[in-house]
Design a protein around this ligand. Structure first.
Ligand code: TMP
Length: 235
């Protein structure tokens, strides 16, 4: 399957058309950004690492009956996926409080949430991806009530599956962000990627951060952290 035209370039990935109109190729880049693109760098091999990590995770979710856009991994940076139109919501689950929630509500990072915390942000760079609730999402006209229910049900199932997957390799799934899309036939599927760019992953024993916070917070050894996640997931 060959890449034809680049139709979109995001911060970490490019999308290409292929001969079949209902599929696309997602190409993973080494670019990393933080704070809505203000901080930028290249992280060696990040594209390959996230492609490999996201492949393992999407395969695991698919095996557990989560509908996804993923079809197959073509090479070290490219995935063939169903074409979707992305629903402009960043869907976040927090099992442990960290990052923006710790800051916004002045809760100590590392505090265990009493139950998984479900958040929505409006995916809009100009507005800085503001935190919204389900009623705001309806007012934005991007989803229906039944879409919202489907998205929340799928997200909480994904959380349970990912907590277990990472628990088995001594990683604590602190939080993550996912995105959903609509296939040409209208079905809602998990889209985008799941990787250390989009999750907070802490070593359960040492609490060492093994995710993009190493880049956001200048902690160093970003590539090593991603390699560690891939090595453990590959066992
Ligand atoms: P936050 O604590 O900064 O709101 O991040 C919550 C989760 O979402 C965390 O796992 C990192 C992920 N995330 C993204 O994938 N993309 C983003 O642009 C941001 C801000 C966070």
């Amino acid at each position: 399957m060959n890449k034809l035209n680049m139709i979109y370039e995001g911060k970490a990935k490019q999308l290409y058309t292929v001969e079949e109109n209902d599929k696309i190729i997602i190409h993973y880049k080494d670019d990393a950004t933080a704070f809505n693109g203000v901080k930028k760098a290249q992280i060696n091999h990040k594209g390959e690492l996230n492609n490999a990590i996201s492949t393992i995770i999407f395969n695991h979710l698919h095996k557990n009956n989560i509908p996804t856009h993923y079809i197959e991994t073509l090479n070290d940076r490219d995935q063939l996926c169903h074409k979707v139109s992305i629903i402009p919501l960043e869907v976040i689950v927090r099992n442990i409080i960290a990052g923006s929630m710790a800051k916004r509500l002045d809760i100590k990072e590392g505090t265990v949430a009493p139950k998984p915390i479900y958040e929505l942000c409006f995916k809009n760079d100009e507005l800085g991806d503001p935190l919204i609730n389900e009623d705001h999402a309806l007012a934005l006209n991007v989803v229906s009530e039944s879409d919202l229910k489907e998205i929340k049900d799928l997200t909480l199932k994904i959380n349970t599956l990912l907590i277990d997957l990472f628990k088995n390799i001594d990683i604590t799934l602190v939080d993550f962000k996912i995105e959903f899309g609509r296939k040409l036939d209208g079905t809602i599927v998990l889209a985008d990627e799941i990787s250390p760019d989009t999750c907070r992953l802490w070593d359960t024993l040492t609490q060492k951060k093994l995710d993009k916070d190493r880049f956001r917070r200048d902690l160093g050894n970003v590539e090593d952290a991603y390699q560690e996640i891939l090595a453990r997931l590959s066992k």
